[in-house]
Structures are given as structure tokens and as C-alpha cells.
Ligand binder design. Sequence first.
Ligand code: BG6
Length: 506
Amino acid sequence: MTYQNPLRDEQDRRLPRIAGPATLVIFGVTGDLARKKLMPAVYDLANRGLLPPGFSLVGYARRDWASQDFAQIVEESVKQYARTEFRQEVWDQLNEGFRFVPGDFSDDQAFDHLRRTLEELDQQRGTRGNHAYYLSIPPKFFGEVIGQLKEHGLTDQDRGWKRVVVEKPFGHDLESARELNAIVSEVFPPEAVFRIDHYLGKETVQNILALRFANNLFEPVWNSNYVDHVQITMAEDIGIGGRAGYYDGIGAARDVIQNHLLQLLALVGMEEPLAFDAHQLRREKQKVLAQVRVPDRIARATARGQYAPGWAGGEKVNGYLQEEDIPATSTTETYAAIKLTVDNRRWAGVPFYLRTGKRLGRRVTEVAVVFKRAPYLPFSEQAVEDLTQNALVIRIQPDEGVTIRFGAKVPSTEMEIRDVNMDFAYGGAFTEASPEAYERLILDMLLGDPPLFPQQEEVDLSWKILDPILDYWDKHGKPEQYESGTWGPQSADDMLARDGRTWRRP
Ligand code: BG6
């Protein structure tokens, strides 16, 4: 047995985790994600001193750019979207490791060029054969790119590590998710595959586990004895912007419920893991996802909508069907609400209501755990008429924090009781700003640290939940129109009203 010095371990945990030498290759580097999230996150990591001096970044895309042009594009995106301030000396150092390889995915010569570029970087910048391939491209190209990487000798694990990063959606149903996985896992072993669900990189999402398992206050009431229902909301005020090509045919359920919202459900619903390592965390998430059930009568347990013209941020906006490149007959949903149950002792009879939509009243993501009413109220009916159910609301974004809603006596009344809020705000409690989700995830991937990356089993389980709903929607009717700037279709309100409940107005 090796001796472990507990003090040293304690100290190590506090040290910043710095990535080792590596090159990150981004396929689809001209896309929105790379420009708005990935490249700024790389800069932010460099700025925080978390990347080694030789760190290198290779862009691959079908553009006639030289490496300098690429550097210029990255600089613009960093200046516009990075979280931390622009520092010339950090930028200059990072910039030395930028290369661009032009080509499409079928281009053998371009992949040869990529191989030579990576070898040069290994020699010149000491990246030691450690290469991460980020597939920020539509899944239909995964097979081709991975095949090319293999054929050009870019996936051998014997000299340095080779990792692949894939973005959601992981397939569009269970079957295609499995096919996709077969393609990836033919070339990369499971520990080299990093599936990004950026919600898991958010500090506030990780805080769900801290809140539940580092405290004694919440866990005793975190079950069907006390909880009436749970509402998980991810509302956006934006429309689909320039993403018609990606979004149409995908829709709200596949875009965010299959991944972000079901991951939130898993974190809220799971049992305490034996340890906070990847294996145990994934195991508990899988257990709870396997217990999730879609009610038999799908029509009554779901709602979907499509945004119609309306208002956003004081401006008149188009409906979904008027957006550029959207066919006028599209039945893609931009709003989805689903009622799920979790068949286990802890959650029996507690519905989990999930909803998401674009062009809603405002941008907010939250998990609200709504408690049952007190079994007996020794007050007059008028005294408690404004009192609603107690709730614990985890505010994922914006305005990150936690609110507890409970009843309190109104001053100067005999005994009138009304709702009040007790608030924890990240901004007020901590001086350090939260890193962006992509900073955390790219760093973890470079470190080979897996807890925040879902495994294929979780992906399969979430498609198993969603497939019957998507299938039903496909065969029955079409989404209901809702005015932009409102809180979604009437059918979503009706869905809760049937259970005698209402959606929170966040
Ligand atoms: C992405 C979805 O995963 O999440 C987008 O594809 C959505 O449609 C985005 O806009 C929202 O992310 P966030 O971090 O702003 O909540």
C-alpha cells in the first residue's frame, strides 16, 4: 500500500489545477460555438495561468485562411466574448501556438497537413503527442472525421494521449445515439471520449450537489414526505438567431431537455454517491435516470409550442416560421414541457415538471423544489390567504444563487402571514467570479478528469425517456403557437392545471 500524506493531499486540492502540455484541434472552428464559447474559454484559461506555455490550438475548417488570419479571428472573438480582461502578454504567448489547417472533411491532403502540423507543434512547443480533437461539427460528419484521424495515424495512444470531445445533441434518438457511439468508440476507448453537456460545467449546477450533500438542512426533507413537486425551468428570451440549420428538425426537447434538463433532474433526484468521483457520480445519475417514467397518457403530460411574432427586449420580433431558412410548414417545437415521475421510494408520487422555450418572457434557468403545505394551520383563513407553498429555488442563471420561500408574519397585524424570501446570491457571498462552463470543461478534458462528462449509458437512458414523447408528437398534431415574449403555450398551463398546480413566474 502506498503511504499518503493527508496534509499534502489537502494542500494539493487547493493548488490550481494546471493542464499539461497539449494541442487542442477544433473542427468547425468557424462556427458560433467556437467563436463565442470555445476560443474565449481557451483565452480565459491562459489568462488564469491554467494552460502550460507550449499549449497550442489548431483550427480546421473549409476556409482559405493562413494561420495569421486565424489568429486574427480568434483575437476578435476573445476581445468580444472572453470573460477576463484582455492582456497583451498573455495573448502574445498564446498566439504563438495558433495554427490553421484549411480543408474539408474528405480532404486527405488536409489531414496530412494536420498530421505534419501536430508533429511540428510536438517538436517546437513540447506538446508531446497529447492531442484533443474537439468535434464542434454536426454529428453527421463525426464518422468521416474520426475515420480520417485514424487513417492518418492521429489516434494512436502509444505516444501521448489522444482524446475526442463531442458536443450534444448526442444523436437524435436512442438508435442514432448508439450508432454515433459505435463510430466514436471504434477508434477511441471510453476514457478518451469527452461528451460535453455544458450545463454540468456551470458552478451553480455543481452547487446542487454541495447544497444537498454538504448540509444537514435539506436532505431530510428532500423526498416525497415533504416535497410536493419539482419544477425545472430553462427559459430563454432569444429566438433561434442564425441557427436555423441546426435547430429546425431538432427542436427544444432534443436541444436541451435530453441533455441539460435531464441532467438537472438527475442531480436533484439522485441518491448520495459513495464518493465524488466519476464512477460513483455517474452510477447514481444512471440509477435515477433509469427510474424516470413518462406518464402513460403522453398528450396530458406534455405540451409543445412554437413562437409566433411578438416582442423581445422592447422590439418587435418575428415568429419561428418567419425566421430565415425556416420552412413555412415547420413543426419543430421551440417550447416543450414534460411531466415525469421517478419510480423509487424517495420520489414516489412527486411529479418533476420540466419546461424550456425560446422567446419567453426572460432568460432564466432554475430548479424549484416546491414543498407540501403544512399539515395544519392554526390561523384564520384570511390570515394565511396570501401564503403559497414553501419552495427552495436553485437559481442556475442569471442572478446565481438560492432562494427559500416561506411564510412570515406581516408586522403590525394581529397574525397575518405572507410569503417572504431568504436569499443567497453568489455575487454577494464570494468575491471571485464564476468561471464559464466551457473553461471548466476544457480544463477538465485536458487534465483527463471525467466526472463532469456524461457517459454513453446516461445518453441512452435520456433518449429512452424522450423517444416515446418525440414519437407521439411526431404522429399527433403540431406545436401550438405562443406569442414571443410570453411564457409559452396555453397547453403548458393546462397541463399543470390538470394537476391543480401552476408554473412559477420566475
Ligand atoms: C445550448 C442550446 O446547449 O444551450 C441552445 O443548444 C441554448 O439552444 C443554449 O441557447 C443555452 O445555454 P445557456 O448556457 O445560455 O443557458
